[in-house]
Design a protein around this ligand. Structure first.
Ligand SMILES: [Zn+2]
Ligand SMILES: [Zn+2]
Length: 179
């Protein structure tokens, strides 16, 4: 790290004094790989994203430390804030995976990170009403499907079952199980 701090190279010419002040304990080699979006301050975090423009993997910046590839945002957080507690991972509060601003990162449990993210589990978990009829998705009106973890509106399921029954009354067929 000491070598990094005094490293001089072509990339260092990109580093302005302003960037160095923001980068703090980060190596010049690191601060040369992101741009602080000073003119686009995050509305709720009240600070700009530091957008990594060097190598990325799955949207996350990657950075090489002593021959080992690490996640750039994690490196920035550990250099400027300290170690990430064991068992926790860093959540991007700004939802910008390329951002390496430690102020936009928060150590959370893996489960919490998934729930805050953009995957299907997260999006479903944030829905408060069913899409079909707008029933409130409270705990007593939601059935979690085993395996897929998808959530079913019980009010809608009952409605479907009732409609089926009315449509098949007298046919002798068995009503479908609630799903
Ligand atoms: Zn950010
Ligand atoms: Zn419903």
């Amino acid at each position: 790290m000491t070598d990094d701090l005094i490293e001089k190279g072509a990339a260092a010419s990109l580093v302005t004094p302003k960037l160095l002040a923001v980068g703090g304990a980060l190596a010049r080699r690191f601060t040369a790989k992101y741009v602080v979006e000073f003119d686009r301050v995050h509305p709720t975090l009240h600070s700009p994203c530091w957008n990594w423009f060097a190598a990325r993997s799955d949207g996350y910046g990657t950075y090489c430390v002593a021959g080992v590839m690490v996640k750039a945002h994690r490196h920035a957080y550990e250099a400027l804030r300290g170690p990430v507690p064991a068992g926790l991972e860093l959540d991007h509060l700004c939802r910008n995976r390329a951002c390496v601003n430690p102020d936009h990162l928060e150590p959370v449990s893996k489960r919490e990170n998934v729930l805050r993210g953009e995957g299907p589990t997260a999006i479903n978990a944030r829905k408060t009403h069913c899409a079909k009829a707008g029933h409130p998705l409270t705990d007593d009106n939601v059935r979690i499907q085993r395996g897929t973890n998808s959530r079913t509106c019980i009010a809608c399921a009952k409605e479907r079952s009732r409609a089926w029954y009315l449509g098949h009354r007298g046919s002798g067929a068995a009503a479908p199980a609630l799903t």
